[in-house]
Design a protein around this ligand. Sequence first.
Ligand code: ADP
Ligand code: MG
Ligand code: ZN
Length: 613
Amino acid sequence: MFDDKKFKYRIVYLVAVIFVVLLINYISSSMTTKQISYNEFLTLLDQKKVEKVLIQKDKILIKSTSDSKYANKALYTGNPKDPELVKTLKAAGVSFNAEVPNNDPILNIILYWIGPILIFMILGRMIFGKIDKKMGGGVMSFGKNTAKLYAENETGKTFKDVAGQEEAKESLVEIVDFLHNPQKYAEIGAKLPKGALLVGPPGTGKTLLAKGVAGEAKVPFFSMSGSDFVEMFVGMGAARVRDLFRQAEEKAPCIIFIDEIDAIGKSRDGAIQGNDEREQTLNQLLSEMDGFDSSKGVVILAATNRPEVLDKALLRPGRFDRRVIVDRPDLKGREAILKVHSKDVKLGDDVDLSSIAKGTPGAVGADLANIVNEAALRAVKHGRKVVLQEDLEDAVEIIIAGKEKKDRIMSDKEKRIVAFHEVGHALVAALLNNTDPVHKITIVPRTMGALGYTMQLPTEEKYLVSKEEMIDQITVMLGGRAAEETEFSMISTGASNDIERATQTARSMVTIYGMTDKFDMMALESISNRYLDGRPVTNCSAETEALIDDETLKIIKNCHNRAIKILEDNRELLTEISEKLIEKETLMGEEFMDMINEYKKRKNPLNEESSEI
Ligand code: ADP
Ligand code: MG
Ligand code: ZN
C-alpha cells in the first residue's frame, strides 16, 4: 500500500514534467514563428517581400526578406492546394521547393519531448533523492526504511573506547568473531544467538558498546532507535521493520542495532488501552526474527534500561536469548573510563584519577565523561594550560550538587543554622563506628538547592551494607536536624531532603532487606525499574502496610534520639567546629578530623591513645 502511494506520486510528477515541456515548446515556438493568412502571403509576394518558400503537405513555410516587417520570424500559412500557386511563385521569382524537408519526425520527438522529459526525471531523482535521504523517507517514500547504513568503521568506535565493561565486552567478543567468520561456526554445527540484549542504567555505555561491536567486526551497522518505528499511522512501523530486515539480509554479515527497544517491545498484556501501532510493529519484529537464517551472519543487538517491561515473547530462546548486563562501573571501571576520556585532555602532574574514581561511587560513564569535560572547562576559565586535580574535584561537586552560588547572601542567623546543621551531620558521622569518613563540609550554597552539604567518601568500594551501617547512615542523615535542636531549640525546613532519604532507607530495611524482628525475612516490597529510579512496589495487605509504617517510624525515632544524644554529649565540640565553619565556609576532611583530635587531647591529656571520646 505504501509503494502504491509512491507510484501515485511519480505519476503526478511525470504529468507535471510533461506539462512544463509542453509549455516550453509552445512558448519557444510562438516566439520564433508566426502564422499569417494566405491572403497576407499573397500580398507579401506582390510586394516582393518573400525570399524563399517551402511547400509542405498542409503548410507553406515562408522566409520573408530581411526588409519586411517579419524579418526574423519564420512565417507559415495553411496550404489551400491553390493550383495557381506555382505559377504565382514563378512570376514573383521566388525560389521554392515542395520537398518535405529533412525533418525526421522521430528525431523531432526525441529532441523536443523525450530529451527534456529525461532531463527532468534525472533532475528530479537527484533533488528528491537527496531530500529523501535527509528526511529519512520523506514525501517520496512513505514507509521506506529509515535505517541508516553505517558502513565499515564508520561508527569510529572500537572496544578500546568502552572502558570498565569487561564482562560485557567478553560476551560480545564471540559475536564479533562470528561476524568475522560465520562458516567456522556453521561447520561445527554451532548456532549463535540471533540477538543480544544490552541491559543497564542510562549512561553506562550501551549504545557505545553496540557501536564498538560494529567497529570491531567491521561489518555494516544498521542502527535505529525504538521510537523511530513508532509512527502516527498504524502499519508504518511494521513496514519499517520489514524494510530494515530486507536490507540487512542483503548486506549480511551485518549488525542490526535497535536502541531503546522498550519503546516498541513493551509487554502487550496489562495495558488498559491498546496501542495498535506498537503491537503491530512488535509482531512484525518477532516474525522477522523468527524468519531469518542466523547462519547468514545477521546479529541483532538491542539496548534497554527497562528489561522488565519487555514482552516475554521477545526474550524467549531464538530471539533475544542472550542478555548482556552493562552495569554501573566499579572503582576500577570508573578509573578506566576517566582515563579514556582524559586521553586527549592535558593533565597536570598532580592529577590522580584513582582518587577521583574513589570519590564518585555510583557514577556512570556519561557522568565521568562529563566530569572530565567540566574540569577542562574550569581550567580554561582559570587561564590554565593544563587540568589540575582541583579542577576535577570541583567538577565532581558540580555534578553532585550543582555550581556554587556565591552571590546568594544568607543572613548571619541563617548561615549559623546551616553551619550547625552540616557540622551536626559531620560530627555524628565522625563519632559513629560504621560510617564513611567525612571528606568535606561546606556552607557555600549550590545551584541545585543545597544551602550547604557534608560529603562523605567511602574508603573502599562496598557491595554489601550491614544492618549496623544502615542504622548509622540514618543517624548521620538525622544529625543535621538534631544539631539544630541541641543548639537553637528550634527546627527549620532545611532537613527535608535528609528526612526523605532517612525514611527511604529505614523503610527498605523493613520491607526489602528483612532487618526487623517483626517481619523477619518477609518480602513486602519489590523493586521495579531496577535500572532507572528503582522505585519499590508494595505487595502486601493494607493492614500490613500500616504496620510497616510503625516499624519504619520506630527505626527513625531511635536514630533521631541517638543523634541528639551524641551531639548533646559533644556540645562544645559542635559549637567550636561550627564557629570555624562559619568563618571559613568550607572545611576539608583532614582539618575537621584534626579539630576533633586536638579537642580530644585538650580534654583528655593523660590518655592520648584513646580513640573514643
Ligand atoms: P547508554 O546508551 O547506556 O545510555 P551511551 O552509550 O549513550 O549510554 O553513553 C553516553 C556517553 O557516556 C558515551 O558517549 C561515552 O562518552 C560515555 N560513556 C558511557 N559509558 C562509557 C564507558 N564504559 N567507557 C567510556 N565512555 C563511556
Ligand atoms: Mg543509549
Ligand atoms: Zn542535612
